[in-house]
Design a protein around this ligand. Structure first.
Ligand code: PLP
Length: 391
């Protein structure tokens, strides 16, 4: 199987597995039992891990809350800020191309009586297609806006948002900014201090760490950031997220982000080169392929992202007919709710074009022979499907 679905998840780097193993076996202390050495050892491991995450994202020390992943981080950031008892503002702003882990939280807020604005993204054909339309965003934020949530990079078409510009827009009107950086962390530079974003979500399984662990950067030095905990109980993590922390997961996430950042400069050109090869192979052998989203360059688009619309053949059918290659149609992140991708619809693609679209995510473990082999298999299965449809 050739794995080209690195936006859905990435494999756990063997060096990450190696780093986490002792924390699953010999070092089993409870990191909140500080009265004995096994507990203190685990607590130290967690502290060092969270410290590594702050360094890798250039966030202030002690600003990280460990969570079960980006879905929980997004819930904690958005519900936490908007529903805090001292929150006086009643308006939440987000973007039509966000992940359901933001959009569904927004709908809950609406049911709770919040005013919610979903700002449009730049349309297909625009150099920043899929990213928030900055003029519309500026119009949407008002004096009652508590929080704005804009993703750092889109999970389907890979568009990268200008976070510093967006943070300035928000702060000028007294609103806070949250960013779902799930697809950006480990792939491009995510500098929390430089961009001035107040809350940032991340998830380890998108940067070659394990599933079920993530983090939220809270505050970034902004004293106005107050969040209402969403999980209460033992008061761990300063009461912001109760429950015994997982040292193995913390160590793994820290190792994964450290490696991803360390290898970013070499992996970016390698991944972009492989993506270019895949695109060229498919475009030169399959008629009328269309690229969705921004051009295949940095800083506009994530290095490994390729989203294509094909002629005549549905994405789901192409996937089923190509069992040797793992890729996705629509968003695999929300495959519990299959249907036409809301992101492609939001940038103006027709229902039919959306159903004929597929997403590839090239990762740092992919190789050139894999890309050439995947292209051969994809072209062959496409031809077969074309014949079946009598074209
Ligand atoms: N946000 C984005 C942009 C994603 O791509 C995903 C992918 O699944 C999520 C949130 C959810 O992350 P998690 O699986 O860590 O909850």
């Amino acid at each position: 199987m050739i794995y080209l679905d690195n936006h859905a998840t990435t494999c756990c780097d063997p060096r990450v597995v190696e780093a986490m193993l002792p924390w699953l076996s010999e070092h089993f202390g409870n990191p909140h039992s500080l009265s004995h050495s096994p507990g203190r050892l685990a607590a130290d491991a967690i502290e060092q891990s969270l410290s590594q995450i702050t360094r890798s994202t250039n966030s202030p020390e002690h600003s990280i809350v460990m969570t079960s992943g980006a879905t929980e981080s997004n819930n904690l950031a958005i519900r936490g800020v908007c529903l805090h008892p001292r929150q006086t503002r009643r308006h939440f702003v987000t973007v039509s191309t966000e992940h359901p882990a933001v959009l569904d939280v927004a709908e809950e807020l609406r049911r709770d009586g919040f005013r919610v604005t979903r700002v449009a993204a730049y349309q297909a054909g625009h150099p920043c297609a899929g990213s928030v339309d900055l003029d519309r965003l500026a119009d949407a934020i008002d004096d009652d806006t508590a929080l704005v949530s804009v993703m750092w990079a889109n999970n389907e078409v890979g568009s990268i948002a200008p976070m510093k510009v967006i943070a300035d827009l928000c702060h000028a009107r007294g609103a806070l900014l949250h960013s779902d950086a799930t697809q950006a962390i480990g792939r491009i530079d995510v500098d929390v201090r430089k961009t001035d974003v107040d809350l940032v979500s991340g998830s380890a399984h998108k940067f070659y760490g394990p599933k079920g662990v993530g983090f939220l950067v809270v505050g970034n030095g902004n004293r106005r950031v107050r969040i209402l905990p969403q999980i209460v109980g033992g008061g761990q993590q300063d009461g912001l997220r109760s429950g015994t922390m997982n040292p193995a997961a913390a160590v793994a996430m820290a190792k994964a982000i450290e490696l991803a950042n360390h290898e970013m400069r070499s992996s970016q050109p390698q991944i972009m080169g492989l993506r270019g090869q895949l695109f060229e192979q498919l475009r030169s052998r399959i008629e009328r392929i269309q690229l969705n989203g921004p051009e295949l360059t940095l800083p506009g688009r994530l290095p490994g992202n390729l989203n294509l619309t094909i002629d005549q053949v549905e994405g789901e059918a192409w996937m089923s007919a190509t069992p040797g290659v793992a890729f996705s149609s629509g968003s695999a992140c929300s495959s519990v709710e299959p249907g036409a991708s809301h992101v492609l619809r939001a940038i103006g693609l027709s229902e039919s074009a959306t159903r004929r679209s597929v997403r590839f995510g090239i990762g740092r473990f992919n190789t050139e022979p894999e890309i050439m082999e995947a292209a051969d298999q994809l072209v062959e299965s496409y031809r077969k499907l074309q014949q079946l449809t009598g074209q």
